[in-house]
Design a protein. Structure first.
Length: 201
């Protein structure tokens, strides 16, 4: 079993990174070989629509030459994909969207549709800096279409949202409130761990 774990946020030690690392540890606990990638450390771009991938009706491969192309190949060869993406301006990060564009576009044949024959389970974790009810009512409906694209990997797709608002307001919190926030974050890490383990089994 192989799991690709991707931090699609710009920071390497923040809440987003900690959550996806916990999910990766969950995958490892299930016996999976885990590869961890900080997406913002790669030299990458969104899809260039070079159309080379459309000349091959069988192979799922992105032919653009940058550091994301090999990551896409490793995703196709994996059993599970775990991604954590912060929500900026009501959308996942630009690097996450670049990955999604490239990953999905090279899977699609203009004649036959989805040409990927494998099965990759997907865990997508959003981290947000505002209340959960606002996210569900005002943001989630606008990103559902991009979420649905992950189903083209033919595996189980689990989408979970974690609110950072409690962790980013420490200076305004009492000691009791801080304790509750730390307890909640510990629960969030445990939840990410369990999802990672479940999808990697």
């Amino acid at each position: 079993m192989r799991t690709v774990v991707i931090n699609a946020g710009p920071k390497r030690k923040d809440v987003n990174a900690q959550l996806i690392k916990s999910a990766g540890e969950g995958a490892r606990s299930a016996g999976s070989e885990v590869e961890y990638i900080d997406l913002y450390r790669l030299d990458l771009s969104g899809c260039r629509v070079c159309l080379i991938c459309k000349n091959d009706e069988e192979t799922c491969k992105c032919f653009w030459r940058d550091e994301l192309s090999e990551v896409i190949e490793r995703i196709f060869a994996s059993d599970a994909l775990l991604i954590a993406a912060p929500i900026f301006f009501s959308q996942p990060t630009s690097h996450y969207m670049a990955l999604l564009e490239r990953l999905i576009y090279c899977m699609v044949s203009y004649r036959t549709g989805n040409k990927f024959k494998g099965k990759v389970n997907v865990g997508l974790f959003y981290t947000i800096n505002y209340p959960m009810d606002y996210f569900e009512k005002s943001v989630r409906p606008h990103i559902k279409q991009s979420e649905d694209l992950l189903g083209m990997l033919n595996g189980n797709v689990v989408i979970e949202t974690f609110s950072n608002i409690s962790r980013n307001m420490k200076s305004q919190s009492s000691d009791d409130e801080l304790k509750l926030k730390e307890e909640q974050f510990s629960k969030d890490l445990d939840k990410a761990f369990e999802i990672g383990a479940s999808l990697a089994r």
